[in-house]
Design a binder for this molecule. Structure first.
Ligand code: SAH
Length: 225
């Protein structure tokens, strides 16, 4: 009885840090993500401040959550896995396509030099820009626009990460990868998507591998297609 009451109090009083600790341990580490920097940053990043207020109590649960305009903040494990696959390093400049809430950008921002991120829905782009600014991630630049074109003015990128799924990886994005750079993305039609990693070799050749079946919101056809 006393133990049950104590447990109840603990849950009621569960600070986000404890929820994050469990999220990282049970959902991300337990499934094989090993990059210590990625795990450390996901323990620190306040995911609950990136979801709509009415969903805050679910921010650390093992699932994606709707963030409006047909977009979702990805499942924590998927964020951890994709970030690890990108092999981020302190000096890297990274492009993200699909800013959404800004959470993935915030995670990346703590692992690389600069994150450039593109969002096609103006309201989401604006909200993410304000949020990232308020929470103090100065090395993220948010742009409203069509991710199919990439960000030519800032290319090449050491890493490119897509969080919406195109039917096929846009060639413009592969062109904006630096030599040795990696692109991590869901690819394929709804219901039949794969997480793929493309690596640009020193000779310009692309090495490609599939990692896992995934479910992402489709990338909206932009003006560049
Ligand atoms: N990385 C986000 C997840 C966003 S879901 C996060 O951490 O919250 C995918 C996002 O891609 C949605 O916000 C959607 O509006 C955006 N998107 C879809 N098609 C796009 C396109 N062509 N260019 C840029 N963004 C796009």
């Amino acid at each position: 009885m006393l133990a049950a009451i104590a447990a109840g109090l603990l849950i009621a009083d569960d600070p986000p840090a404890a929820q994050r600790e469990r999220m990282v341990r049970d959902q991300i580490e337990a499934r094989g993500v090993r990059n210590a920097d990625v795990l450390r940053i996901m323990r620190l990043t306040p995911r609950h401040l990136f979801v709509p207020e009415e969903l805050r109590s679910m921010a650390y649960s093992d699932r994606p959550l709707p963030i409006g305009h047909g977009a979702t903040i990805s499942q924590p494990y998927i964020v951890g896995l994709m970030t690890e696959l990108l092999e981020p390093a302190k000096q890297h400049r990274v492009l993200e396509v699909g800013t959404g809430s800004g959470y993935q950008a915030a995670v990346l921002a703590q692992l690389v030099r600069h994150v450039y991120t593109i969002e096609i829905v103006p309201e989401l782009a604006r909200a993410a820009r304000d949020r990232l600014h308020q929470l103090g991630y100065p090395n993220v630049t948010v742009r409203e626009g069509d991710g199919y074109k990439g960000w030519q003015e800032q290319a090449p990128f050491d890493g490119i990460l897509l969080t919406a799924a195109p039917p096929a990886i846009p060639p413009a994005l592969v062109a904006q990868l630096s030599s040795g750079g990696r692109l991590v993305a869901p690819e394929g039609p709804a219901g039949n998507q794969e997480l793929v990693v493309l690596e640009k070799k020193a000779d310009g050749k692309i090495r490609r591998r599939s990692v896992a079946p995934v479910m992402f919101v489709p990338m909206r056809p932009g003006s560049a297609r």
